[in-house]
Design a protein around this ligand. Structure first.
Ligand code: C5P
Length: 235
């Protein structure tokens, strides 16, 4: 049987009938986990899922309504009223709010500055985790606590990390803000996220600092192929 992800996967390897493959890639902001997870998913022909986008979606609806992001009850009420959905698609993930695509609004400085406050709320975390656990099929998922809390039984787990200066430089290439401001924002986010950002005991930890994206994915793929039941991988 060809295993497929939630949507848009091309079915690149054969697993045993009924088998579901979940691979987790966790790590701090700008550690390279999203790029690696996307490329790995493509190589395996399964879906890519970004858990961070759900936290960003929850943050966006709160900011749009002008509510205090420290107010967990108000955020929960909004999430009950508005339909915030993650759509894993072949080239990336999209988020809709009441079926309007808001993906392009999720990586602004305003969302970056508030998302880790929103992500601290236990009931917001439970809301995100329920959405992720509802997803069927096989996928590579990235985040902070995918291997520890959400998918502890994942087939393979990875934790990507890099020196803060390397991460700030990388992120500066994706944003209009200067590298120093980004370094400050990243270290604030690292501090707020540190509780849920611990590598799983059985995760393979990779320092991506000295590696190219392709080298990271090669290392990950080699480890995955050791544990995959049966496969033909896209090249
Ligand atoms: O992955 P990304 O950096 O876009 O995630 C944005 C924020 O969402 C993180 O800084 C963190 O606060 C939160 N997050 C989380 N747990 C996850 C994924 C993201 O707390 N699994």
């Amino acid at each position: 049987m060809t295993v497929g992800g939630p949507a848009g996967s091309s079915g690149g390897f054969d697993a045993q009938p009924g088998a579901r493959v979940v691979i987790t890639i966790d790590g701090p902001a700008a550690s390279g986990k999203s790029s690696a997870a996307k490329l790995l998913a493509q190589r395996l022909g399964i879906a890519y899922v970004s858990s961070g986008l759900l936290y960003r979606g929850a943050t966006l609806v709160a900011l749009r309504q002008g509510i205090d992001v420290a107010d967990e009850g108000a955020i929960l009420a909004l999430l009950a009223e508005q339909d915030v959905r993650l759509h894993p698609e072949a080239g990336g993930n999209r988020v809709t709010v009441d079926w309007r695509d808001v993906t392009d609004e999720l990586h602004t400085d305003a969302v970056d500055a508030s998302v880790s406050v929103v992500a601290k709320h236990p009931r917001v975390r439970a809301w995100v985790n329920d959405r992720l656990r509802e997803m069927g099929g096989s996928f590579v998922i990235d985040g902070r606590d995918m291997g520890t809390s959400v998918f502890p039984g994942a087939l393979a787990k990875f934790y990507l990390t890099a020196d803060p200066a390397v991460r700030a430089k990388r992120r500066a290439g994706e944003r209009s803000t200067g590298v120093e401001a980004i370094a400050t924002e990243l270290s604030r986010r690292d501090e707020r996220d540190k509780r849920q950002s611990v590598p799983a005991a059985d995760a393979v930890v990779i320092d991506t600092g000295p590696l190219t994206l392709v080298e990271v994915v090669e290392q990950v793929l080699t480890a995955v192929l050791r544990v995959l039941p049966a496969r033909t991988v896209n090249t």
